[in-house]
Design a protein around this ligand. Structure first.
Ligand SMILES: Nc1ncnc2c1ncn2[C@@H]1O[C@H](COP(=O)(O)OP(=O)(O)O)[C@@H](O)[C@H]1O
Ligand SMILES: [Mg+2]
Length: 339
């Protein structure tokens, strides 16, 4: 649905150049919720603004629904942009207008006739659960309700794609959860493709099918969320399941086990202990439900050096787990690959 190729955006201000987006390739499939995660300054907002051409990229290609946006001009470009809704952290509502008036605004700009407009506003308010607040002014509603207005307004032109720039960053955790649930619901009911950017792991955990991690203008990892979680070295995994620094005992081996799906439901720690008559120490870990699947990360300490543990690690790998030896000072090349 969204194809971004070799995208580059450089800002020039006061003789200084900042490469905000530095050669990004990204594909968002139709009907998926795709999250781009990264710290402040990583280039996330710039990337998003290049997708609806709020910013014109310096190089690269942006296709939405198969159409090359950079090749469009005038009315064709305006129509294409109507097919892309956007929501923001700071809602951007008109204080002088009611909730209904804010949602009507884009319809007025599009030239939708009055009667049709009123019906469409009702429908949109119903969709986001704000029917009762139609006549209220933004100053009188909560942050979560403001974001619901933002979402209704973004959906006015029946877009196929919704872009979200930190839409829940100004909200408390409970309100964040309800807005994410609404986005998930709209994604399913309307088949809406959602590209969202966030610095909150929670957002990715709750609603994203796929995700990418952005740093210094580049994508450093990307893929289906459960696939990324199965990779022990993944930044996403480390962010979702932060573990404290390991302090192993001398002569022991520390391993990190990452699991998703069926492997998460098997008692692999006790199976390992029984099979090899070995005492396994759990140094840290977390288990969560992501996309309806149980996923997690465990740091285990096994007695003995690497050679004493070859068969045990092979056993864990054969159980469908991703296993990485993380004993401090341990070079991966020393590890024998059992396969
Ligand atoms: N309009 C602008 N002019 C100059 N520099 C900008 C502009 N917008 C963003 N930048 C710079 O580009 C980089 C990426 O910014 P941004 O896309 O906002 O990152 P993020 O959304 O991940 O925090 C930052 O170094 C930021 O200072
Ligand atoms: Mg930003």
């Amino acid at each position: 649905m969204i194809q971004i190729e070799k995208l580059r955006k450089v800002y020039r201000a006061r003789g200084r150049e900042v490469t905000a987006v530095d050669g990004v390739d990204l594909t968002v499939a139709e009907g998926e919720v795709f999250g781009v995660l990264g710290r402040s300054g990583a280039g996330k907002s710039t990337l998003l603004r290049c997708v609806n051409l709020l910013e014109r990229p310096d190089a690269g290609r942006v296709r939405v629904g198969g159409r090359d946006l950079l090749a469009l001009r005038g009315p064709a470009l305006r129509r294409a942009r109507q097919g892309i809704g956007m929501i923001h952290q700071h809602f951007g509502l008109l204080g002088s207008r009611t909730v209904a008036g804010n949602v009507a605004f884009p319809l007025e700009v599009m030239g939708v006739p009055r009667a049709e407009r009123a019906a469409r506003v009702d429908e949109l308010l119903e969709l986001v659960g704000l029917t009762e607040h139609a006549r209220a002014h933004p100053a009188r509603i909560s942050g979560g309700q403001k974001q619901r207005v933002g979402i209704a307004r973004a959906l006015a032109g029946r877009p196929k794609v919704l872009l979200s720039d930190e839409a829940t960053s100004a909200l408390d955790p409970a309100t964040t959860a309800s807005i994410l649930e609404l986005l998930r619901d709209l994604n399913r009911r309307l088949g809406l493709t959602i590209l969202l950017i966030t610095h909150e792991m929670e957002v990715v955990k709750r609603i994203c099918d796929s995700a990418a991690v952005m740093r210094d203008g580049r994508i450093i990892e990307s893929g289906p969320v459960t696939g990324l979680l199965a990779r022990p070295g993944s930044e996403l995994t480390q962010g979702l399941f932060p573990l404290p620094p390991a302090v192993p005992r001398a002569g022991s081996t520390v391993v990190e086990v990452t699991f998703a799906g069926g492997a998460a439901d098997r008692p692999f720690v006790s199976a390992l202990a029984r099979r090899f008559s070995v005492d396994v120490t759990i140094l840290g870990g977390a288990v969560e439900t992501v996309g309806g699947e149980r996923v997690g990360r465990l740091r285990l300490e096994l007695p003995g050096g690497p050679s004493a543990n070859t068969a045990r690690l092979a056993f864990l790998r054969e159980s469908g787990l991703a296993v990485e030896v993380t004993t401090p000072g341990w070079a991966p090349a020393d590890e024998e690959d059992p396969r």
